[in-house]
Design a protein around this ligand. Structure first.
Ligand SMILES: Cc1cc2nc3c(=O)[nH]c(=O)nc-3n(C[C@H](O)[C@H](O)[C@H](O)COP(=O)(O)OP(=O)(O)OC[C@H]3O[C@@H](n4cnc5c(N)ncnc54)[C@H](O)[C@@H]3O)c2cc1C
Length: 386
């Protein structure tokens, strides 16, 4: 056990974090610049993550998982986020948006059919919630699914969907309006396999950051899937995805802490090596205080995600703590990326330095899986003022 008190890591957890950190340094980092430059997800790296068991970390062994918990998954995501956010989000989305909805809400048959390949990293799945007219206001979903002759007929579009168009993407789970209940939209979630006629994965985006991560708009024009592809109870889609997003926020917080730490490490190293006015840059108190602030942010944000993940794994309420963790950690990543870039001076503006990539990558951490304004709304609701 280390000296984090309540937040101590077990031997197993420390070993896992060390193993993924070494993998990130030795296998992921050497590929990151080129993957970012060419907007290409290195699928052989994804395959190796599968072989290490990372996609199966928080799932039971009976479905091909590692029998670990969400905390373990977040440790792995943090270790990857330190060197490459695109790779870290591929794991985060692959697990919490791809496999977790099936594990949580799927029938036994759906779990047995869909989970083994996802948990082994042989397949990926996307989660399609966001639409051109429905992001933060996810209830504004316009995509529809109507039952016709034992099939769901899906029409509409989704945007910004992670892992939806890779060579190993097997399906996307989409939210769709399936009717009306008590004057309100009835929203359900439906599994749509790749290759379904009428389902098109549109060309990927030209993104500012997370450029090696796979993100696409999706369109559905009379796309038909069997009625049995409903995931979870009809009409529970809205509640189910809110739960999925709560968990995902802890994982995004862990990713953010990794990024914030990667920036800190790079800045400390650079400040010690760079000479200005005849002495090391790190000799200047202005720089020392900047680095100390960066360390403060990493520490506080890490405690925040540890706390939320421990609550979640203990089966206790964690919604507010997950929002606080995501808010704190994503701001820490963005602030540390900006400060690290400043320490690097002109070099910090050159893409060959990882801090420049972190600078571009970190902004989305304040937007994805619920913007930081949405996190503030969640916290305000818990206070009873919203
Ligand atoms: C790279 C990337 C990957 C993504 N991956 C996925 C994915 O896999 N699946 C998926 O479903 N989605 C995904 N998203 C979508 C992401 O979750 C949304 O972009 C995000 O939820 C914000 O929605 P929006 O873009 O529609 O912004 P909007 O909801 O239009 O918000 C615009 C601005 O208004 C603010 N705002 C909105 N409502 C309020 C309010 N009530 N009070 C105060 N401020 C408010 C927001 O905080 C934001 O600053 C991804 C996005 C990106 C960029």
């Amino acid at each position: 056990m280390d000296n984090y008190g309540t937040y101590a890591l077990t031997e197993d957890e420390r070993e896992l974090a060390g193993m993924v950190r070494a993998f990130a340094d030795e296998v992921v980092a050497p590929r990151s610049y080129e993957a970012d430059r060419t907007h290409t997800l290195p699928m052989d790296v994804v395959a190796q993550m599968g072989e290490l068991g990372l996609f199966g970390l928080p799932f039971p062994e009976e479905y091909g998982g590692q029998g670990g918990d969400y905390f373990a998954l977040c440790l792995a995501i943090e270790a990857l986020g330190r060197v490459d956010q695109s790779i870290a989000i591929t794991l985060e989305a692959g697990v919490s948006l791809g496999a977790m909805p099936v594990f949580r809400f799927g029938t036994e048959e759906q779990k047995r059919e869909l989970l083994p390949d996802l948990l082994a990293g042989r397949a990926l799945a996307g989660f399609g919630l966001t639409e051109p007219e429905a992001g933060s206001d996810a209830g504004a979903t316009r995509t529809t699914a109507r039952l016709e002759g034992g099939q769901w007929v899906i029409n509409g579009s989704k945007q910004f969907i992670t892992n939806s168009g890779t060579a190993i993407t097997r399906f996307v789970t989409v939210t769709a309006v399936t009717g009306e209940r008590e004057g309100r939209k009835e929203i359900s979630t439906i599994v749509v396999p790749h290759g379904t006629p009428g389902f098109t994965v549109e060309p990927g985006y030209d993104k500012v950051g997370w450029r090696a991560s796979d993100t696409h708009p999706l369109t559905f024009q009379d796309a038909r899937v069997p009625e049995a592809n409903l995931l979870g109870e009809r009409g529970r889609g809205f509640a189910n995805f809110l739960h999925i997003l709560d968990e995902g926020r802890i994982a995004i917080a862990a990713l953010s802490v990794g990024a914030a730490e990667g920036c800190l490490e790079a800045a400390v190293d650079y400040a010690q090596k760079r000479t200005v006015f005849g002495e090391a840059l790190s000799g200047r108190q202005g720089i020392q205080f900047l680095l100390a602030r960066m360390q403060q942010r990493v520490h506080v944000a890490r405690l925040a995600w540890h706390h939320a993940a421990r609550l979640r794994d203990a089966g206790k309420p964690f919604k507010t703590e997950a929002a606080i963790a995501k808010l704190t950690a994503s701001d820490a990543a963005m602030d540390n990326a900006r400060d690290a870039t400043q320490v690097f001076g002109g070099n910090g503006f050159m893409n060959e330095y990882p801090v420049a990539r972190h600078y571009r990558d970190s902004k989305i951490l304040e937007i994805g899986e619920g913007t930081n304004e949405v996190q503030l709304l969640v916290i305000a609701r818990a206070l009873g003022v919203a």
